[in-house]
Ligand binder design. Structure first.
Ligand code: DGL
Length: 281
């Protein structure tokens, strides 16, 4: 029996925070993950570059037989979700910062959104604010440098603390009681963010909501793996394999099988590897 995997990608390791939620909700699915760490961060790159990366990775994942693509990156969502949806016939599930639940739950009426510059400047984000942002003060806060700290595995060192505190302090001083993590790298910093912001501050991300959306879309399309199947994972990186392997294993919480993601690699014909990605590699 051939089972088609779900393809997931991010500019780097951040999307693992989404992948964990997908694994939790969908234990039967085979999951393919591409970390584009060789090109991270996406946040300050031109939209055309991010779009080209998203297309190249999506095509690779489709070649591996992916039945759906999860853009586990807010920045790539803003830059490329629309074009991916127009080009490929499979379900494309993408990120949306958790502004809606934040607005429902804030007590102070001040919500901060931490994300990359590109995400906060994106059309998607303007639409989200226009749709939801009435009656609540929303403070968008670009956080350059945080993605790099997570990519370096520094989740609570001095440099990361200083950087974060520099971003958080002014937001807290303006009364923000709810922090939306609008970048999939940031949930790996949640313990530190919570420590710095204090226990009364609500810290929200969208990992679980996206995993639910993946389950819903696959269910609607009749594409869910059968309950007797055990889901497996395979990982690729465009970064340095040796250094990524240890960090990925740490963030994923189990030993990962990691292969290099090589541009223009000779790929097997789609039909020959449909659903076989996990056996073939
Ligand atoms: N995880 C990506 C996101 O959600 C990080 C973007 C970047 O590489 O700057 O936006």
């Amino acid at each position: 029996m051939i089972y088609h995997p779900i393809g997931v990608f991010d500019s780097g390791l951040g999307g693992l925070s989404v992948l964990s939620e997908i694994r939790r909700l969908l234990p039967n699915e085979d999951l393919l993950y591409v970390a584009d760490s060789g090109h991270a961060p996406y946040g300050d790159k031109p939209l055309s570059t991010i779009e080209a990366r998203a297309i190249a990775i999506t095509e690779f994942l489709l070649d591996q037989g992916a039945k759906a693509i999860v853009v586990a990156c807010n920045t790539a969502t803003g830059a490329a979700a629309r074009v991916l949806r127009s080009r490929y016939p499979v379900p494309i599930i993408a990120m949306e910062p958790a502004v809606k639940p934040a607005i429902e739950r804030t007590r102070s009426g001040v919500v901060a959104v931490l994300a990359t510059r590109q995400t906060l400047a994106s059309h998607n984000f303007s639409v989200l604010l226009a749709r939801l942002g009435q009656g609540v003060e929303i403070l968008p806060r670009p956080c350059p440098g945080l993605v790099e700290q997570v990519e370096a595995g520094d989740l609570d060192g001095d440099r990361t603390r200083d950087l974060l505190w520099g971003y958080l302090e002014p937001l807290l001083a303006r009364g923000a009681d709810t922090l939306v993590l609008g970048c999939t790298h940031y949930p790996f910093l949640t313990p530190l963010i919570q420590e710095l912001a204090g226990p009364d501050t609500l810290v929200l991300d969208s990992g679980t909501a996206v995993a639910r959306q993946v389950r819903r879309r696959l269910n609607e399309a009749g594409l869910l793996a059968p309950p007797e199947k055990t889901g497996r994972e395979h990982f690729w990186t465009s970064g340095k394999n040796a250094s990524t392997h240890g960090l990925m294993t740490r963030l994923w919480g189990a030993e990962v099988i990691l292969a290099p993601f090589i541009e223009d690699a000779i790929r097997p014909a789609p039909t020959s590897c449909v659903g076989l990605a996990l056996e073939a590699i």
